[in-house]
Design a protein around this ligand. Structure first.
Ligand code: ADP
Ligand code: MG
Ligand code: ZN
Length: 487
């Protein structure tokens, strides 16, 4: 898959880095996990709330089936074992944004166990990052501290469904961490179960980092909380590894603590130490029955799973002859992959389709800051353009002009070609006259050429193209020009 930017990874001859990642994925269900309130980001404060998600006494939670569907889907996509029976627990802590004073989560009987996510290492080999578990839980609300010194609580987010995906400590450096996160994010996006918007917090990670002398048992870890950008994750890992190695080398000890990344100072800062770690007093939640998932349920989800990015990545190479690079860019988003396949279905020219999409379509979208779904050139239009170029109706330079018109106005190429009279001039007779005229008008260049200056050839061809207003078939013009000059 896509290789990320070149990364400098800290390497010490005697030490190795050990990283385990916990990712919270916010599910995009219509309603919250245990009540009927809208699961919506960006609403006015405290509008999507009810007695259940505000933790009023006497209310009872009812589990949203879609949440279970999503968790099963995530589990299948990451090769987990789906538990036939799992259990909800209460994790207690007191914080204003958690009105029940406990969070409903899963303890030692989560919905998914085991599993792995394959990643590509920097050297191109594949490594499996093992997953410990995936469990279902509810999000808390949000405390907001104002510059005025006042604090407010917004309960809208309380009861937002989450899945937490926990890896074994299998990740060895920031490159692998990034590769894992990119792969996981793309899988979750493909499954359609989350927006995976890191800025809005719908895909956020806790990174556990330790170092150890090679061959020794696991070292003490620190936990970096709620990182919401790949760049910060990589930077904080690099920073922590150096800090911990220096600390150990100078005779110190790593303290088990929770840190956050200070984006201004570019360093990790302590939030709280694990020594005063909270006892969450996990207990099974008596308000919720055991969650029983039968084979039929799992099979139904399995059958309706969308094709995952790495399968598409392989298939596009085998079926359409794309290079690994092209394929990796094409499967970056499921929408782009679908667009590509829709174009190919109509024009049957996958290589040309890939070139136009990766260069011109993506370029246009980027330049005009629009999303593919708002792109006015539909697959049938791009397919038509490709066919017209392939058949020689227009040359590729005119193709560019048609493309821009098609992309901005949403018009079919055949219509644009007709309206603007862009049909390629490919007729030998017509082009012969033009070539002749150019040589008459540029006699000194012709003399130069015949005197051995090959460079003026391109100039003469250019003049002939210009005389056709760009509509000449450049291959035919080159041939005619060569014949004429060498005669
Ligand atoms: P907690 O629930 O306190 O966060 P867990 O035992 O569930 O603790 O571990 C959370 C994450 O930390 C997992 O991804 C795990 O792989 C990782 N982890 C555990 N020990 C280490 C270690 N020594 N170094 C790095 N990561 C670790
Ligand atoms: Mg943790
Ligand atoms: Zn509610």
């Amino acid at each position: 898959m896509a290789q990320s930017d070149e990364q400098v990874t800290v390497q010490h001859p005697d030490y190795e880095t050990v990283i385990g990642i916990e990712i919270h994925v916010q599910l995009k269900t219509k309603s919250k996990i245990f009540c009927g309130c809208a699961n919506q980001f960006g609403s006015l404060a405290n509008v999507n709330i009810c007695p259940i998600c505000t933790g009023q006494p006497g209310t009872l939670p009812v589990l949203n089936r879609k949440v279970v569907d999503s968790a099963i889907m995530a589990g299948i996509a990451t090769n987990c074992k789906i538990s036939r029976v799992s259990e909800f627990c209460r994790k207690h802590y007191t914080y204003p944004d958690l009105p029940k004073n406990y969070q409903i989560t899963q303890g030692d009987r989560p919905i998914c166990l085991g599993g792995h996510v394959p990643i590509e290492r920097a050297d191109g080999t594949v490594k499996k990052i093992r997953l410990t578990r995936i469990h279902i839980e509810e999000d808390a609300g949000k405390n907001m501290h104002m510059a005025t010194g006042e604090s407010f609580v917004d309960i809208n987010r309380a009861g937002t469904p989450l899945i937490e995906i926990v890896t074994e400590p299998d990740i060895s450096n920031s490159f692998e961490a990034r590769a894992y996160l990119q792969r996981l994010k793309s899988i979750m996006y493909y499954l359609g179960i989350s927006d995976v918007n890191m800025e809005e917090g719908s895909f956020r990670g806790d990174i556990n980092i330790s170092v150890r002398k090679k061959g020794e048992p696991l070292g003490t870890r620190v936990e970096l909380k709620n990182l919401n950008s790949f760049r910060f994750i990589v930077a904080s890992i690099e920073y922590e590894v150096v800090r911990q190695i220096n600390l150990l080398e100078s005779g110190g000890k790593v303290r088990q603590e929770t840190l956050s990344w200070d984006t201004k100072k570019q360093e990790t800062v302590a939030m709280r130490s694990k020594e005063d770690a909270f006892d969450y007093r996990y207990i099974p939640d008596p308000d919720l029955p055991l969650l029983v998932v039968d084979d039929e349920w799992v099979e139904r989800i399995r059958k309706n799973m969308p094709e995952l990015p790495h399968f598409k990545f392989n298939r596009f190479q085998n079926e359409y002859g794309l290079s690994a690079y092209e394929s990796s860019n094409m499967v970056e988003s499921p929408e782009l992959a679908t667009y590509f396949e829709e174009v190919v279905k109509r024009c049957k020219l996958p290589k040309m389709a890939s070139n136009w999409i990766l260069r011109d379509v993506l370029g246009f979208l980027k330049q005009n800051k629009i999303d593919l779904e708002d792109f006015r050139a539909k697959p049938s239009m791009l397919a038509e353009l490709i066919v017209e170029i392939d058949k020689g109706v227009i040359n590729s330079k005119m193709g560019q002009e048609v493309f821009v018109e098609m992309a901005t106005k949403g018009k079919y190429p055949s219509i644009i070609i007709q309206e603007k009279d862009l049909r390629q001039i490919g007729g030998i007779e017509e082009l012969q006259d033009i070539v002749m005229q150019v040589t008459v008008d540029n006699q000194s260049a012709v003399a130069d050429y015949r005197g051995g200056n090959q460079k003026v050839f391109a100039y003469l061809v250019g003049q002939a193209m210009k005389a056709t207003k760009g509509k000449g078939n450049p291959i035919v013009i080159r041939e005619l020009m060569r014949k004429f000059l060498d005669d």
